[in-house]
Ligand binder design. Sequence first.
Ligand SMILES: Nc1ncnc2c1ncn2[C@@H]1O[C@H](COP(=O)(O)OP(=O)(O)O)[C@@H](O)[C@H]1O
Ligand SMILES: [Mg+2]
Length: 247
Amino acid sequence: MSLKLKNVSRTFDGITAVKNFSISAEPGEIIGLLGTSGCGKSTLLRAISGLDNDYDGEISINGNTSKEVDDRTGFIFQEPRLLPWLPVLENVTFGLKGNKETKVQRAKEFLENVGLSGKEQLYPRQLSGGMAQRVAIARALVTSPEILLLDEPFSALDAFTKMQLQDLLLDVWHTYKSTVVLVTHDIDEALYLCDRIVVLRGQPGQIDTEFVIKEERPRQRGGQKLAEYKSEILDRLDLNNTHSYTS
Ligand SMILES: Nc1ncnc2c1ncn2[C@@H]1O[C@H](COP(=O)(O)OP(=O)(O)O)[C@@H](O)[C@H]1O
Ligand SMILES: [Mg+2]
C-alpha cells in the first residue's frame, strides 16, 4: 500500500511538534525517519497510525484520506503495551482472525522467531522489558500487516537480539511486501533496513535531508558502502567532527 503525507503539522497546547511534513512511500518501501529525541518522530507516527487525528494537513493510505485506524496497519511502539491480563500467547493471537488452532500455531511460530518459545503462558508482569518488547514485535508481525509503523522498536534490546530481530523484520517484509515506516535514532539500523532515510532536525522537526540507500539486500552491516553513507549522515547531523577536550 502507498502512503502519502502532505504538509502535516501537529501542535500541542501552542507548542508545534511537527511542521509542514511531507513524504510519500511506495508500496513495499522501507522508509526511515531518523532524528534526535524530541524532533517529532513519535508524533508523526501516531498521526499516520490514526491513533492521533488532531493534526493539520493530509495523510492518505492508498489514496484514502480517512483519519481512522486502518486494520491493515501494524504498530510497534517504543514501549510494549501488552494486555496485562492475558498471557503471552493470547497477547499475540489477540488481533488475529481465523480458527483457534491456526491462530495458536502462527503465534507460536512468531514467538519462536523472537526467541520466546516456552514462554507462551507467562503473563506480561513476569517478563523482562526486552522480553515484553519481543512479544510486542511478534504481535505486530504475526498479522502480516500491509503497513508497518515502528517506533524505535528495538531500542530496548541488546545488540545481538536487535540484529536478529532486524533480520526477522526483513523476512516478514520480504514475504508480505509491507510498506514500512521505521522511526529510529540508530543510524546503523536505518542503514541496514531502509530504502530511504529521511533525516529530521530541529524543534519542530523538519526534513533536513533524504538519503536513498542504493545498496542491494542482504546488506553487510560492516560493509564499506554503508560506512560511507554513515559518514555522510553524521556530517549532516554535525556529528562527524573530532571531539576536542575543553580542559
Ligand atoms: N501529547 C503531548 N502533549 C504535549 N506535548 C507533546 C505530546 N506529544 C509530544 N509532545 C511534544 O512534541 C515534541 C515531539 O515529541 P515526540 O514526537 O515524542 O518526539 P520524538 O519521538 O522525536 O522524540 C516534544 O517537544 C514533545 O514534548
Ligand atoms: Mg519518540
